[in-house]
Design a protein around this ligand. Structure first.
Ligand code: HH2
Length: 276
């Protein structure tokens, strides 16, 4: 899953893709690098970020989704939003996955939208809100608490008509977690995978990687790739990254060690020859 941030203030690439044509071009470049999904977001969720109005988020997101859909590249379009109106408009424009970092808590009716329109959804754990989440994150056992939260959110979605097969779960790296919490969650990720739904991880360029490597956001590609491979090993199946080409190669190698049938999924690329 490649990240397309149509925002002035995202933590690692804010302001680079505010123009709809630039954002759509970015999305298509990520697909060419190997993304099977592009995740379009119009509101930064970085720690301390200010909320964006519905009108502004619609203005940022919808033209980009329209342009990607019109390009017909075959990748799925995900909309990274917690707002019902934005999700609905993005779906009308061609998105088929709703990525909600509040896991339907900001807009519970999002569950009905996902059910009625036969969408997939990603439900993420976050302690607090982006404005407050990093103030003093505290857990008795972070993995147990994240797992219980995700089980409850999965049950909520199913109770509101979303088929279980449509739900992806995400422990929410960096959302109300200290460096130690993030590392612990990565170490014990198989306990989240054990819930039984596909697990998405969004570690890309996040500050816990910088805390370990001592590098700024733009120089966290290798650290990000390491987290993706470790998460893959523990059973994750969707990797939300800014640097698709690097993650793709690493995950193809990781995948090839467990299943010889793994092959290149990039549209237009020739299949991998697993015998050479
Ligand atoms: N992380 C970010 C945004 N959306 N969605 C899911 N499911 N999981 C994540 O970990 C996740 C997410 C934050 O990263 P980014 O989009 O790069 O930055 P910003 O929120 O500042 O736009």
């Amino acid at each position: 899953m490649g990240v397309v941030n149509v925002t002035p203030d995202s933590f690692s690439d804010g302001g680079r893709f505010l123009d709809p044509d630039a954002a759509a071009a970015r999305a298509l470049a990520l697909v060419a690098e190997g993304a099977a999904i592009v995740d379009v977001g119009g509101e930064s969720t970085r720690p301390g970020a200010e909320a964006v109005s519905v009108a502004e988020e619609l203005r940022r997101v919808v033209p980009v989704v329209e342009r990607i859909a019109a390009a017909g590249v075959g990748a799925r379009i995900s909309v990274d939003t917690s707002k019902l109106e934005v999700a609905r408009a993005a779906v009308d424009a061609g998105a088929s996955i709703v990525n909600d970092v509040t896991a339907f808590r900001a807009a519970p009716a999002m569950a009905e939208l996902v059910a009625e329109r036969d969408l997939d959804c990603a439900l993420m754990h976050m302690a607090g809100t982006p404005r407050t989440m990093q103030e003093a994150p505290r857990y008795d056992d972070v993995t147990d608490e994240v797992r219980a939260f995700l089980e409850e959110r999965l049950a909520f979605a199913v109770a509101h008509g979303v088929p279980e097969e449509r739900v992806i779960l995400d422990p929410g790296f960096g959302f109300g977690k200290t460096v130690a919490h993030n590392l612990e969650l990565l170490r014990r990720l198989s306990e989240i995978v054990a819930i039984g739904r596909p697990v998405l991880v969004g570690t890309s360029r996040k500050s816990f990687i910088g805390s370990v490597t001592g590098r700024p956001a733009a120089e966290r590609v290798a650290g990000t790739v390491a987290t993706c491979v470790l998460a893959f090993e523990r059973g994750a199946s969707i990797f939300r990254v800014h640097d698709v080409a690097a993650a793709r190669d690493a995950l193809l190698i990781a995948g090839a060690t467990v299943d010889q049938r793994w092959s290149v999924t990039t549209p237009g690329a020739s299949p991998t020859n697993m015998t050479s």
